[in-house]
Design a protein around this ligand. Structure first.
Ligand code: ARG
Length: 278
């Protein structure tokens, strides 16, 4: 059974502007955020996932976005491991030790990298993508806004030792500041992509590596449709637009709609709110 880690939105709020979606002094309706979060975790359970939670910490207003604090991996040589992130914003950096401890106490090895002035933001920018033959996966690694090129390269070096291939991709559009806002794995060999989010080289790489690509226009993507999650034949998404519906139909995925309005104000949705932990 697939397991996903979530953090309740007990202390969730907007304090500063970390991405373009957070501008305009919006306030979070915490009761609504809680309802949306409960409904979302139930949708994951209904889709056959086991839901795990981490205790929220006062004063860590973005800790609810469980995708960012660590990279979760598994290798035949090392077994289950995590790579702790180096988050660009200090308030988010303070979340990392809590997540590291959660994984460490459950037997995951911790691979600490010495990032210096570089940044790496976990599964915001690091996506496991199954190759078309599905017997192996690679990690697609976005950089440019939150993770830095050096951070991604350092990560790639560490993964090479474990025979995990990492494919760096430069992001160029601030509206798609994390890779999980503009590239969405659907099945082995199939993904949705926002072409405008990538440098020409990065887009060419994506096209070469993923045989069935569905292009999503930036307007649709700014509603976080590329932040949906494909799991067990379903696609959990905050919105359903025409091009997404077509991609899902082609891939035989059933759309499941959820409301993530409060989290979208902070620049995140379904994918950002969880970490798959195996
Ligand atoms: N407010 C959060 C931030 O800017 C949102 C994080 C969204 N997470 C993600 N995986 N895209 O850091």
């Amino acid at each position: 059974m697939k397991r996903a880690l979530f953090c309740p939105p007990t202390y969730f709020e907007i304090r500063d502007v970390k991405n373009p979606y957070m501008t305009g002094a919006q306030t979070i309706n915490r009761d609504l955020a809680r309802q949306e979060w409960e409904a979302l975790t139930q949708v994951f359970r209904d889709a056959g996932c086991q839901v795990e939670t981490i205790e929220p910490v006062p004063d860590l207003e973005d800790m609810v976005f469980a995708a960012n604090q660590v990279f979760v991996g598994d290798s035949p040589k090392y077994g289950k491991f995590i790579v702790p992130s180096r988050m660009r914003y200090p308030s988010r950096a303070r979340e990392v030790p809590y997540y590291v401890e959660w994984f460490r106490s459950r037997g995951y090895k911790v691979i600490n990298l010495d990032f210096g002035d570089d940044f790496l933001e976990g599964h915001g920018d690091l996506l496991w993508i199954a190759n078309s033959r599905a017997e192996a996966s690679s990690v697609f690694a976005g950089y440019g806004f939150r993770s830095s090129r050096g951070g991604v390269e350092m990560f790639a070096d560490a993964m090479r030792k474990m025979e995990i291939s990492v494919i760096p991709l430069e992001l160029i559009n601030p509206s798609f500041y994390h890779l999980d806002t503009c590239l969405t794995p659907l099945r082995a060999g199939a993904a949705m992509v926002v072409p405008e989010a990538f440098s020409a080289d990065a887009l060419a790489t994506v096209k070469k590596m993923i045989p069935r690509l569905y292009e999503v226009d930036p307007d649709d993507a700014s509603k976080f449709v590329c932040n949906g999650v494909a799991v067990n034949g379903k696609f959990i998404t905050p919105h359903l637009t025409q091009c997404v519906a077509r991609a899902l139909e082609n891939e035989g995925l059933e759309p499941v709609l959820v409301n993530t309005s409060e989290f979208e104000k902070s620049g995140g949705s379904v994918f950002c709110l969880k970490a798959f932990i195996d």
